[in-house]
Design a protein around this ligand. Sequence first.
Ligand SMILES: C[S@@+](CC[C@H](N)C(=O)[O-])C[C@H]1O[C@@H](n2cnc3c(N)ncnc32)[C@H](O)[C@@H]1O
Length: 286
Amino acid sequence: MTLKEYRNHFKSKLKNIYPEEEIGSFFYLLSEKYLLLPRFEVTFQMDLKLSIDDISKFDEALNQLEKEVPIQYILGETEFYGLPFKVNSSVLIPRPETEELVEWIIKDCVEIKQPITILDIGTGSGCIAISLANKIPYSKIDALDISAKAIEIAKENAKLNQVPITFSEQDILALNKLDKTYDIFVSNPPYVTISEKQKMQANVLNYEPHKALFVPDENALLFYKSIAEIALKSLKRNGNLYFEINEAFGPEIVGILNELGYENVTLKKDLFGKDRMVKATNLKIN
Ligand SMILES: C[S@@+](CC[C@H](N)C(=O)[O-])C[C@H]1O[C@@H](n2cnc3c(N)ncnc32)[C@H](O)[C@@H]1O
């Protein structure tokens, strides 16, 4: 079978599940991975004869795509902030809006010429911590997560990207105080309410870790409250706290941070104009 014949088969199997453009993109990604063809080459290699081994790899991926398994889990990898990351079903697939949070922090740090200490809470794949370590010279980064399996992947990703990060398996909700102080706290905690579940797509709902996503409706901001309280005791003077947030809760989160005594609380929209990030400064001496 040629690549062209397989592509036709692939498209017809998926056409009722995904938009045409997305199917095309899956096909490029799988061809890159299994045939080691650069994206621009795929179109020119349509007469390529596929081996039995190639076909069985494509078939396996096709089978998973039909079940709406996210392509990043099928490939076992993704890209975040221009860097490679391994992913599996123990970690959330890094999202573009999180790249905007990382961008904000990097811009704020660009002028600082001394070592910066950072704590990433709920690190998952390690995407935030690792991108910051890659882009902020002299940063010293710790990262924690409640999931041992996530920490395993995050460690692999730190190795892959050759950055030193200290990871630990911890439940942030069970911590009261930390034994270190930091210049920056950052977190993209779970923030989707259970009642928002029904609006979610099957590929997220059925395959991404629920512990990374969901919070109870009646206490949707529990992570923000806990992290902001801990950060208040463990952020250095003039240190900043950065959060990714659920667009539905911008003003409430700003209210919590103001009430706790943070200064310069700033709500920021993402590229789609949604309230998506918050930054706040601690002026107390810790
Ligand atoms: C929304 S995901 C973010 C993952 C990653 N930082 C990112 O931006 O893609 C939230 C992460 O918080 C972790 N988490 C959930 N509950 C936690 C807790 N009580 N303590 C620490 N981490 C927790 C989850 O395992 C998950 O990795």
